[in-house]
Design a protein around this ligand. Structure first.
Ligand code: GS8
Length: 210
């Protein structure tokens, strides 16, 4: 039995896992689990006790948490995107993955939810929340700009999972009018273009816009 991802690839955290499966060239199946009551059903809570997507299955091995799932797949396929052979490089990958999770993802998530998701589901957009989180995101991007003027990618002069993990949220922000926030950070823009040029990422753009 091949690997299964439960969720919808348009959701950022699901997209992260699908991106990594595309990256390693694995055979996989997306089992569609939509937002709404299905997430809190007993069947889905058995896969992810927080009632969220993604959930993941490799034979009898069940997982949730998109970054942990992605690391599992990368290890299983012996991908160099974790730099596991070099303790310092591997740790720098973890540092920037933690930054993505703890600093970048929270403001990006609020902007995406308000600017992209709420208009689709018919909820009132909280402009104040967007503005506050754009300010937070700019502070994070200042740190990225400084880092990326020292090395080509976040963990060093090599692309890693830390860079690719930024794809889902950044791609969604680029679909909004707030994409111009990146214009003030030339090194960040060059980094983003390098990520977008990757074949697995081109396939992800097709998958997410399907
Ligand atoms: C977050 C999962 C999550 O928030 C991970 O897998 O990385 N840290 C976890 N999933 C969202 C959809 S993707 O943005 C979700 O399931 N939201 C619905 C809900 O919380 O009810």
């Amino acid at each position: 039995m091949g690997m299964k991802v439960y969720g919808t690839p348009q959701a950022t955290n699901v997209a992260r896992v699908v991106m990594i499966l595309e990256e390693v060239g694995a055979e996989y199946e997306v089992v569609l689990v939509e937002f709404g009551t299905e997430l809190k059903s007993p069947a889905h809570l058995a896969r992810n006790p927080f009632g969220q997507i993604p959930a993941f299955q490799d034979d009898d091995f069940m997982l949730f948490e998109s970054r942990a799932i992605s690391r599992y797949i990368l290890r299983k396929y012996k991908s160099d995107l974790l730099r596991i052979d070099d303790p310092k490089e591997a740790t720098l990958v973890n540092v920037w993955l933690d930054v993505e999770y703890g600093q970048y993802n929270p403001p990006a998530g609020v902007i995406i939810y308000n600017a992209l998701v709420k208009p689709i589901i018919g909820q009132v957009v909280d402009q104040q929340a967007i503005d506050n989180n754009l300010e937070k995101l700019k502070k994070v991007l200042e740190v990225y700009e400084a880092r990326l003027s020292q090395c080509k990618y976040l963990a060093g002069d090599f692309i890693s999972f830390a860079d690719l993990s930024h794809f889902p949220c950044t791609y969604c922000i680029m679909l909004t009018q707030y994409k111009s926030v990146f214009d003030s950070y030339p090194h960040v823009k060059a980094w983003w273009e390098a990520i977008m040029a990757r074949p697995s990422i081109k396939r992800m753009v097709e998958i997410m816009s399907a």
